[in-house]
Design a binder for this molecule. Structure first.
Ligand code: MF3
Ligand code: CO
Length: 248
């Protein structure tokens, strides 16, 4: 479980998370019609290296890149490719992990490229707000289920669905630590949250049904019905009634 108490460890995880945000910001500025997802990955690697960090995802269970780039109906874990070109109107989810001085940070955003449809815009906005609401529920004394409950309730009230097959997670010395942080749940259920607990809260929101499929590349997750999906993730630290958003 990722619980940090030592000042030195808190400083290290803050630094890894600062780097993740820096990479995401640079990638978001870089993304425009015509860029390939491989170029996005190259830039991600460059910024991580310049900041003295190692990509958390590269070689993780054999994942072949530093960044996951998932476009439109792709939910998460899209593998960058020189053949995959970003187009006007796409929604592009970028997911980055950084490892430095013994700690990981992990975050994702979904970028709207050029003029996107009303539906895409709403899906992305609902996903970010779901992330905010999930984070707001991550207060000391609450339970893991409160986070998922907040996410799911808001997403479904807006006519979208949360993905069940993939979940957020504890984080720290390892990219994935206990507990699992589902984007669904019952208020008051699951592990009790306490100060210093590090969590990656990451709603994956589908425009249509919740079902997903895994592609034969072994990684890419897509919506079962081909509808759009968006993803937003932050690493946070539980801190009394005010979670610290480390990748803000
Ligand atoms: N943010 C994702 C996660 O926490 C990214 C993992 S990609 C992987 O699961 F390649 F590292 F698996
Ligand atoms: Co994650």
């Amino acid at each position: 479980m990722g619980i940090v108490t030592l000042k030195r460890d808190v400083a290290a995880v803050r630094e890894s998370c600062r780097i993740v945000r820096k990479v995401l910001t640079e990638l978001a500025q870089f993304i425009e019609p015509g860029v390939t997802t491989a170029e996005i990955d190259v830039l991600g690697r460059k910024v991580l290296k310049a900041e003295g960090a190692v990509p958390s995802f590269l070689n993780y269970h054999g994942y072949p890149a530093a960044v996951c780039v998932s476009i439109n109906h792709e939910v998460v874990h899209g593998i960058p490719s020189a053949d995959r070109v970003v187009k006007d109107g796409d929604i592009v989810s970028i997911d980055v992990g950084a490892y430095k001085d013994g700690f990981h940070g992990d975050a994702a955003d979904t970028v709207m490229v050029g003029s996107v449809s009303q539906l895409s815009r709403k899906l992305v906005e609902v996903t970010y707000e779901a992330r905010n609401l999930g984070i707001a529920a991550a207060v000391s004394g609450n339970h893991v289920g409160d986070i998922g409950h907040a996410v799911q309730t808001y997403v479904e009230a807006n006519g979208f669905s949360v993905v069940y097959r993939l979940v957020g997670h504890g984080i720290g010395k390892n990219l994935h630590e206990k507990p699992k942080v589902p984007n669904y749940g019952k208020a008051g259920k699951g592990m009790r949250l306490s100060d210093g607990l590090l969590l990656a809260i990451e709603p994956m929101v589908n425009g249509g049904a919740a079902e997903v499929r895994f592609l034969k590349d072994g990684w890419t997750v897509v919506t079962g019905d081909g509808t759009l999906s968006a993803h937003a993730e932050n690493t946070i630290m539980v801190n009394g009634s005010r979670p610290e958003v480390l990748t803000a």
